[in-house]
Design a protein. Sequence first.
Length: 565
Amino acid sequence: MKVETKKSDFREFVEDKDRKNLKVFKSNNLIEAKYKLSLNEQKLILLLASTIKPDDEDFKPVRFRIVDLLNYLGFEDNTTHYTYLRQLTKKLMTRVLEIWDLQRKTLLQINWLSSAEYHFKEGIIELCFDPKLKPFLLKLKEKFTAYSLQIAVKFDSAYSIRIYELLKQYEKLGTRSISVKELRAFLGISDKEYKKYYDFKRRVIFKAYKELKEKADIYFEFEEKKKGRKIEEIVFYIHKNPNFKEERIEVKENVKPEIKVIKEKPILKVQNEELLDKIKEYTNLTDDKLKKIFNSYDEKYIEEIFNLTLKKYEEGKIDNLTAFFLAGLKENYLKPSPYEEKKQKEQQEKEEQEKLRDKLEEELKALNKAYWDALRVEVLTKFQILEKEERAQLKNSFIAEVIRENKLITEEFLRKGFDSLIIQNLFVKYLIEKIKGLEPSFKNVLDFLRDKNFDFNRLKQLKEKYREQRVKNLIYLLKVEERLKELKVPSDILITFDLEDKNLKEMIEEKITDYLFNQLWEKEKKEILGEVRKKLNSQLIRPEKEQELLELARKDLLKKFLILK
């Protein structure tokens, strides 16, 4: 079944010879709505609003010849611009505006259009406002603002259109005060745009000032109100423009809607119209130059270069924004300089090293604790098997030889006794060194880590300046282990060393020196004493010199076998 569309169901827009009689009527709530539209989106909405008749009860879909719409927007008719128009209306369908009603305490979030329907065979587009906009556009009796469409479409900036509307609303009063924050909201300017008030004034207010002075029936002067050092409010003084003259806009008559191949004006086909508008606002680039840029580079790349340009400009690092933008496109300023590459590489390496350091330290902390837990359990379990008297004797000896020798350890023992893990670990060390047969099944912490599949290769990846206590101690223990193999010294002498001990190096050197001295003294006694005699310039060893000789021998032995010198 075919549905016939009556002509009364829609309104046909006929392009006037003179567009000066078309008026836009908006409620003041709509004038003060918060939204952001591109320049051509603004012009399209204003044209649609200008078709509304005073006696309209409802919105009627309005049919425009596509060729007329393109002419209105300043384009010549061809297929490229048909595509552009489709993109424009599609984007417009997603635009949301917020209309506040302070008396009723309501907020309406709404799209401008309910539909945009193309009839390509007839070369027609049909547009219709969202029905919920009726209170703001239809049968307006009070609290509304009216202005000429002819004036609004002359502006080159969407912000100029909005400021013009806001000032026309207060034209009879002659003055309007708006906070900077509120004005930015009316214009849809985010916090990321025009962060400096200087840029906001230059790119938005001064631009509107110039355009209204040259093209509108009103113009303004303004005064800035400060709170402290910050501009908080702008007072607009609204005046009739004595230089304004309404001009007739000649429009081609009898233009057929068929597609014609015409040499087109410089026109840009872009996906990101907001980016294009922003570049136009900040630079003095012509349409020809912009067309060349958008045809030569990917839009995402253009956007990134322009964002970088704005950032540098807002930081005060560049003066000529246009020159920097063009050079950035050509030279790819997104690519870091050799100095920046070096700094980035250093920063990346630092982050990787810190990440590895933290992971190793955390892992070694847990493994060191597990090692001492296992050591403590195994040794103390064997200790409990000993006779009661022997256990008591060992404890008393430990207290006399270890506890009383250190004030801090004594205080810890007085507070917690043998319940303290510090005291228990010291006692375990003491037992291993004093009593044969109490040694645990694993030789030392290195063997324990190997049993736990710890990856020692990661230690080499961590540079020295990033190494902390546990890692340093572990690397030192590995070197000691290698040296002990060369000396054929059993590695179980390392069994009682703690990765968290700050004095680990000194304690190991002392223990190994004692071991070597005791093991090798008898073997090399004559040779060592002979060397000592020569140093003392003496052939005889008197009994009273024996202790001195032994100490000298010990020092010689330390020099001979010291692990890390």
